[in-house]
Write a protein that binds this ligand. Structure first.
Ligand SMILES: Cc1cc2nc3c(=O)[nH]c(=O)nc-3n(C[C@H](O)[C@H](O)[C@H](O)COP(=O)(O)OP(=O)(O)OC[C@H]3O[C@@H](n4cnc5c(N)ncnc54)[C@H](O)[C@@H]3O)c2cc1C
Length: 379
């Protein structure tokens, strides 16, 4: 078990004062389905966006583990699941690949804005015809002199409607396969790039999502992140971070929900007794706790091993399955434990459930994670 030191604890506790203003009005914002600009400014002020980035770019220079420890608290304290999702997407989709693989010039130009949150980031991998099978992407980037020309389109781009920069993955080699993909940093106002309108969706409604279209979109060759053909390796690195960061936030949400259900089960009296004294209720809560503890331990353990340079391919998939699927069952159980009130919008639990449905889909579906584990077992 990790023993957090005083600095890590202080950093996490420092986030506490932001959580109330970040959460204020979250149910109304969900109904409106708009990105919360005011809350984003508070996120910027809190400094958390710079957690894993080097101090020379304005970051806090924290380790992956410390970053996760603070993000978990964001999940526990901030009730706006869409905002939390946008925070993780912003931090991981652009900042992480730039810091790890970007040229000095790209880092100097973009990382300060990404660390402060003044520049909002997003990434574009999925397309309408290629989701799980990401390598089947059809968007191409063709070298023309000192530039690449992007042609095609992307779907499901989280933060798309509000992003200033996109990490776009496109095919630079006509042969299928992992080494034909390259990552590019594309600015929103690049001629030939059009950003679609926000797409209505079930949950995470304050985290807007859109399509991108590239029509002869010319970007300088200096916008390549890493090397031409290294896009798949970058994607793999980003996915590991994305799963750890997004789903440690999820475990924070599960912790808050568990506490709420325990309290309700002790206070709500039916047939003369607290409903928590009925085994069918208490066992639901026990399962919520088992799901939370297992997912949380697994994610931190995987992060430690990733930091140590170990191969965590299977563990990342297991961590994603544990967190996303246990979160979904815990969110459903919470609605049931609260009875009719759980179904009412004002309690926030139905929103929580709608948000939770996305977990087994984004960052690689549950089926794809199980396929990955099966292939690591030689099946
Ligand atoms: C809230 C949200 C945010 C997202 N944000 C982003 C983003 O920022 N950037 C981005 O690029 N994408 C994003 N996505 C897209 C996401 O990555 C894809 O939706 C996901 O990879 C699944 O692809 P698909 O929707 O095309 O489904 P499909 O790939 O068509 O899959 C449909 C179903 O078939 C199953 N399936 C497919 N292939 C297999 C197989 N070989 N074996 C077993 N089952 C299989 C899937 O598991 C799924 O159940 C987001 C999605 C959501 C819901």
């Amino acid at each position: 078990m990790i023993r957090w030191n005083a600095d890590q604890t202080a950093l996490r506790q420092g986030l506490a004062r932001w959580c109330e203003p970040l959460s204020a009005g979250h149910i109304e914002r969900d109904a409106e389905g708009v990105f919360p600009q005011d809350q984003w400014k508070l996120v910027q002020e809190s400094g958390i966006l710079g957690l894993p980035f080097d101090e020379r770019w304005g970051g806090l220079g924290q380790s992956l583990l410390t970053t996760l420890y603070v993000l978990e608290e964001l999940g526990a304290g901030c009730r706006d699941g869409g905002l939390n999702f946008s925070v993780a997407t912003h931090m991981v989709s652009c900042g992480v690949p730039l810091q790890r693989f970007g040229s000095q010039a790209l880092k100097e130009r973009y990382l300060p804005g990404i660390c402060s949150g003044a520049t909002i980031g997003a990434h574009a991998i999925s397309e309408t015809e290629s989701g799980s099978d990401a390598l089947a992407m059809r968007t191409t980037a063709t070298r023309e002199g000192d530039a690449f020309v992007l042609r095609g389109g992307k779907a499901f781009v989280s933060n798309g409607p509000v992003a200033d920069v996109f990490v776009v993955y496109a095919r630079t080699h006509p042969d299928g396969g992992p080494f034909g993909i390259t990552a590019f940093l594309v600015e929103r106002d690049t001629p030939g790039l059009s950003v679609g309108a926000p797409v209505a969706k079930m949950g995470l409604r304050t985290s807007p999502l859109s399509e991108l279209h590239f029509d002869e979109c010319r970007i300088p060759a200096s916008a390549v992140i890493g090397r031409v053909g290294s896009g798949f390796l970058i994607m793999d690195h980003v996915m590991k971070w994305e799963i750890l960061c997004s789903f440690v936030i999820t475990t924070g949400q599960m912790r808050y929900r568990l506490d709420r259900c325990v309290e309700h089960a002790k206070e709500r009296i039916q047939f003369g007794k607290p409903i928590g004294s009925y085994q069918s209720v208490s066992h639901k809560i026990v399962d919520m706790k088992i799901g939370l503890d297992t997912a949380q331990k697994w994610l931190y353990d995987t992060a430690e091993r990733l930091t140590a340079g170990e191969n965590v391919t299977t563990d990342i998939s297991i961590g994603k399955l544990l967190a996303s699927e246990n979160n979904l069952s815990s969110a459903l159980a919470a609605v049931q434990i609260f009875g009719g009130s759980g179904y009412l919008t004002e309690y926030g639990l139905e929103k929580d459930l709608r948000d939770a449905v996305a977990g087994p889909i984004y960052s690689g579906t549950s089926e794809i994670q199980r396929n990955r584990i099966a292939s690591m077992l030689g099946l």
